[in-house]
Design a protein around this ligand. Structure first.
Ligand SMILES: NC(=O)c1ccc[n+]([C@@H]2O[C@H](COP(=O)([O-])OP(=O)(O)OC[C@H]3O[C@@H](n4cnc5c(N)ncnc54)[C@H](OP(=O)(O)O)[C@@H]3O)[C@@H](O)[C@H]2O)c1
Length: 282
């Protein structure tokens, strides 16, 4: 029987990507009470600095490092990891949380936005993991917490790049977890449904993603972070934050793929009609 590893959060060093807002910010708030060193990474350093000051005021022994990096730039990722190593040494736990969405029919999507989605949600996740996990395995302890999405477990309309990027997170998390079995490094994937954050505004999904779960399943970013950490600590492979959403997602595999395809196609036809209507009335 394989012993389930536990992530070394207490007294450890944890790097959280996308800590400037939403789920990442709330993960940082919860982790601050327990870890020795917290690395907060995002592009908006003013927000990270404000968060750092608030966290240190509450936990005076805590070391907080603010790191600016654009994760859609491979060289920036290399640079920031080297800098983190120089300043705090090895990272015990990596939280791959940063992510962006883009609601658009693929034939009408903007390539630059698609590129951002893929580089941030896919490439940076793999790159950070490749840079930080080997030393965890060498030490026989560590953790990777990947924030995926319910979109990574199904087919959704008008979000091909985002949906596919989260399918990557699903496959990557499961395969990485298998690869690291018995090494002492735990890998957990969190697949949230609708969560209050800046995500919808930036992705153009205000009111919820087309074809996404109903809005009554929406939870706060704080609740999402709390359930994510609880699942990570249990060594769970997959976490669905929020009670009602968890029940809904446990039944989701009962929906045949053919039906998912049909629903997604109907949703896309609706979006195409709505956008054509909006263009005509301009
Ligand atoms: N909210 C939802 O309904 C929902 C549902 C399912 C899954 N998720 C996933 O949850 C994760 C967190 O999203 P959220 O809801 O908390 O959204 P959010 O409030 O928009 O936060 C996204 C974070 O990612 C960072 N980020 C984005 N692009 C970046 C880049 N190129 N380089 C560095 N950092 C970057 C942002 O920081 P800066 O802008 O400061 O760089 C921000 O801190 C994402 O992976 C998202 O896909 C969200």
């Amino acid at each position: 029987m394989t012993v389930v590893a536990r992530p070394p959060l207490d007294g450890g060093s944890v790097l959280v990507t996308g800590a400037s807002s939403g789920i990442g910010r709330e993960l940082a708030v919860l982790l601050a009470a327990r870890v020795r060193t917290l690395v907060l990474l995002a592009r908006r350093t003013t927000l990270l600095e404000e968060l750092r000051d608030a966290l240190v005021a509450r936990s005076p022994g805590l070391e907080v490092l603010v790191m600016r990096a654009d994760l859609s730039d491979e060289r920036e990722v290399d640079r920031v990891v080297s800098e983190v190593r120089e300043r705090i040494g090895l990272v015990d736990v990596l939280v791959n949380n940063a992510g962006v969405g883009d609601q658009a029919l693929f034939d009408r999507s903007d390539w630059e936005r698609t590129r951002q989605v893929l580089l941030t949600n896919v490439f940076a996740v793999a790159q950070l993991t490749a840079l930080l996990v080997p030393s965890m395995v060498e030490r026989g302890r560590g953790g990777v917490l990947n924030i995926g999405s319910g979109a990574g477990l199904t087919v959704m309309p008008a979000s091909a790049a985002y949906c596919a990027s989260k399918h990557f997170v699903d496959g990557f998390s499961e395969a990485l977890r298998a690869d690291l079995a018995g090494t002492g490094v735990v890998v957990t994937q969190v697949c949230p449904g609708p969560v209050d954050s800046e995500f919808d505004q930036l992705a153009g999904t205000v009111g919820g993603m087309a074809g996404g779960p109903p809005q009554f399943l929406r939870i706060s970013a704080a609740q999402c972070a709390k359930d994510a950490i609880a699942g990570f600590e249990r060594g769970a492979a997959l976490v669905f934050p929020g009670r009602a959403y968890r029940i809904a997602m446990m039944m989701a595999p009962l929906l045949p793929r053919g039906l998912q395809r049909l629903q997604a196609a109907r949703g896309a036809v609706r979006v195409r009609g709505e956008t054509a209507g909006a263009e005509m009335s301009r």
